[in-house]
Design a protein around this ligand. Sequence first.
Ligand code: GLN
Length: 323
Amino acid sequence: NTELTQEWLQNYVDDWVRFYRKHTVDGELASYIPQLTKADPNALGVIIMGNNGMTIKSGDVDATFSIQSISKVFAFIVACMDRGVSYVLNRVDVEPTGHAFNSIIHLEMRKIEKPFNPLINAGAITVTSMLQGRTSDEKLEGIFQLLEKILGRRPELDVDVYESERESSIRNRGIGYFLLEAGVLESDLGITLETYFKQCSIKITVEDLAKLGLILANDGMDKTTGEEIIPRQIARLAKVLMLTCGMYDASGKFAAYVGVPAKSGVAGGIMASVPPRIREEVLPFMDGCGVGVYGPALDEQGNSVAGTRLLRHIASHWDFSIF
Ligand code: GLN
């Protein structure tokens, strides 16, 4: 009986959210972008959206927040769709760094002529420079169109976050100058950075993250309409990057303890993709699901502290790991 199952799963998730909300005190709001300190540090919410049509929502699911680094996945997808995968991968590598997302250490290593991966700031800014268009708004259009197709509405920019981000952008400008010197940028540095700050400021919800995660879980296919929204090869590559680099310098631990492709952002969002799994025993969401999490108190690596622990709990309880 589906209704009973739904209620039963809902009770579990409610309990877990209640428990892990207490863990938000172990983290801190990102303060290097001043506007992000306006969030409620104790917020925690999760939505699990299954291919079986079942959706579980728990906690602070009505909050809106900026997409931040999760946008890097979609900028990469759009760049690959516009320019071709090999074009993009000739300019940015697919190797994890083990360093912080905004690290400049590797940019100083002269032997390396391209950024390590599209999910650290250096690689993401390089990818953003490859987006089509002359102005930052033209460059953003491809990302907006892709998100609109998946979410069923055109998301908006959080102008306050965007301005805050631009005003506190010394590190990202520093990274930009390194990239300019290395000759990897395909567009004007100023326009590229404007585009990057705007893409990070797109306003989303936990439900949006679950929908986006679900499309990626299905290799780019919208299973309700049968439409291929992202070419399979590109969706798969995006998931490889999420698994190896998506949680910054905690990606190894996340793969070990959660075991699914995921991407976090410093506003506290996490998007996770759980592909369909074959199991002998019946488990919730074994047909695959997308998971959106929001919890703005962050750990040292810049990942939602309670959100990561909640995901770990759900993933181990329902055996989400792809391994
Ligand atoms: N806009 C943020 C930055 O560039 C994005 C980083 C993040 O979410 N990790 O610093």
